[in-house]
Design a protein around this ligand. Sequence first.
Ligand SMILES: [Zn+2]
Length: 121
Amino acid sequence: MNTQDRDFFKRFLHERIEELRAEAGKAVGTMDEEENFPDPTDRAAMESNRNSMLRMRDRERKLIFKMEEALERLEAGEYGVCEECGEEIGIARLKARPVTTLCIQCKSDQEDEEKKARRVV
Ligand SMILES: [Zn+2]
């Protein structure tokens, strides 16, 4: 990975983090504006909305965290290196999945392992 690539991912990750934070802020705003629903059906619908929103926000928080970690690796010069085998992950894969820490080979090995483990259980 050259300096240009590093700059690209640095900007890219910062922008994505900003976007996600803005989205999270919006979600909180909508939740505050919610009215009281006297009808139980409406209330149930609202609660399932709220649950899916909370799940979404949880995912966003985790993604922000992963992106911050990716930025730290970038600063440390470890970004784009597979943590399993130490090979370069590859720019194309990083552009598709900027928070990945595994190269495509190790990722598919891991998925095979997970599938095997699930079959046993
Ligand atoms: Zn690997």
